[in-house]
Write a protein of this length. Sequence first.
Length: 89
Amino acid sequence: MFAQTVTIQNEQGFHVRPAQLFSEKAGQFGAEVRLKTNEGRSADGKSMLELMTLGVEQGAVVTIEANGDGEQEVVEALIQLVESKFGEA
């Protein structure tokens, strides 16, 4: 298993578009991916609906965990996506 924490930086938090981009990127890899909040809630990183139910807002610190084939690569790719603010200004 490989895991890293990151802070959600985009203004709107984890709304529809970021959840879609995150799940699509996670789906490009074979590893299982989970997004966990500091409050202990978690979601399947490949499920847009589960990601949106977390209600993650700007400034939240989350942990991206992956287990399986390409686990480090998927976590690093998702960290980059989050740090890019999902392409939002």
